[in-house]
Design a binder for this molecule. Structure first.
Ligand code: FEO
Length: 392
């Protein structure tokens, strides 16, 4: 297998993974993923950027079969899906020097069992001249680990961004084909791993804004030929202003909560709001995470199991709390059979959400006319909050 040219002197040597369906034993991957690796050849020196997931190491090995010398391995991120091939690389190329950010140096030693003496920390902004190809290291922390950096190839305007701007897509083409698809998949990825750090993502975006970026080559998914599009999307996702939308994870056992959810959706839509309901009995949590990126309000629709919230809905609350979306308002609707502390338990499970809680609506069994009126009032209260916040 021959390295695939991106521009003269820069080649793709990564691996698509069409069959992977779950990441981190958590995240659904409907379109597989890829672990990208890039070879940059200057007149004097050769560098490899990132080193694929261990399961796909044979692909990298095949690409490098006719590459007799690599001088530098640039590790933009320590997580094993990008660093897993490094132990093999230091055996295959005894003279190779591993380059990482300062915080990554000991992390690489810990995670991969590497001798720290093989790793040199580069400074933020440091340049490395390979001979007509100059790498500039730009610390971009918390996308999504503390040690992450990007590598900018000055002469060709390529930003090697690792997870930052990545997407879980497996394909044989190297470049993005279809802006809508890439933005949807990139949003899924952003939602699942970067949203909790969106304030720092804003700073990372500021840090790269003056670079002349012609291509963004992430380490998951295809290469962006339209950097402005994905950078603009990241700006929107990470900024502080939510959209005029409501996310509604819910479940039902005997139909009572379903009736309430249906009434609330109708009342919200009549007032001009967009609602994204997710029946958690079968929902794709990636879709739920994507909807949380923009939502101004989260309403949890839960029946009561014994005395607490239904576990599948509670999982959604735990996820939302972990992802720390920018939502400003929240509420709870649902039902119980004989007693319960469902609303209190849900509220206690979302300490990370900086939301104003609007009064919950809870029915004993089937919702009565007064419960339905209370749902209409909740919809009116949410709409009023969105208007006050200037969201429509
Ligand atoms: Fe794709 Fe954070 O690893």
């Amino acid at each position: 297998m021959k390295p695939r040219e991106i521009v003269p002197g820069v080649h793709y040597v990564g691996a698509p993974d069409f069959d992977r369906r779950l990441f981190d034993a958590l995240i659904p991957l409907p379109d597989g993923t890829s672990y990208n690796s890039y070879l940059v050849r200057g007149r004097d020196k050769v560098a490899l950027i990132d080193a694929v997931e261990p399961a796909k190491l044979p692909v990298l090995e095949a690409y490098l079969e006719e590459v007799p010398r690599i001088d530098y391995l640039v590790s933009n991120h320590t997580e094993q899906d990008h660093s897993g091939g490094i132990p093999w690389l230091v055996r295959r190329y005894p003279g190779i020097q591993v380059l990482s950010s300062e915080p990554a140096r000991l992390m690489l030693a810990d995670h991969l069992g590497l001798d720290p003496a093989r790793i040199r920390a580069v400074a933020d902004g440091e340049r490395l001249d390979l001979g007509g190809k100059t790498l500039r290291f730009v610390y971009t922390p918390w996308v999504h680990w503390p040690e992450t950096m990007s590598t900018y190839l000055e002469e060709d305007g390529i930003l090697f961004s690792c997870d930052f701007f990545g997407s879980h897509i497996a394909q044989t083409d190297l470049f993005v084909d279809g802006a809508d698809r890439i933005l949807a998949e990139a949003k899924r990825y952003y939602a699942e791993i970067m949203m909790p750090f969106r304030k720092i993502v804003q700073k990372d975006l500021d840090k790269i804004k003056d670079l002349d970026i012609r291509l963004i080559a992430p380490s998951h998914g295809p290469i962006h030929r339209d950097p402005a599009s994905i950078i603009g999307a990241y700006r929107d996702w990470s900024d502080d202003k939510p959209h005029n939308t409501v996310v509604l994870p819910w479940a039902t056992m005997h139909g009572s909560t379903a009736l309430m959810v249906e009434r609330l959706i109708t009342a919200l839509v009549e007032r001009g709001l967009t609602v994204h309901p997710f029946n958690m009995a079968a929902a794709d949590i990636g879709q739920l995470a994507m909807a949380l990126v923009d939502a101004a309000t989260i309403v949890v629709g839960a029946p009561t199991v014994h005395v607490g919230p239904h576990p599948v809905v509670f999982n959604a609350v735990v996820l939302a709390n972990a992802l720390r979306p920018k939502a400003r308002f929240a509420s709870i609707v649902g039902s119980y059979g004989w007693a319960g502390r469902m609303p209190e338990m849900i509220k206690a499970a979302m300490p990370n959400l900086k939301v104003e809680i609007l009064p919950p609506v809870v029915a004993k069994g089937l919702p009565k006319p007064a419960d339905l009126e209370a749902l209409d009032a909740l919809a009116a209260a949410i709409a009023a909050k969105h208007k006050e916040a200037g969201l429509f």
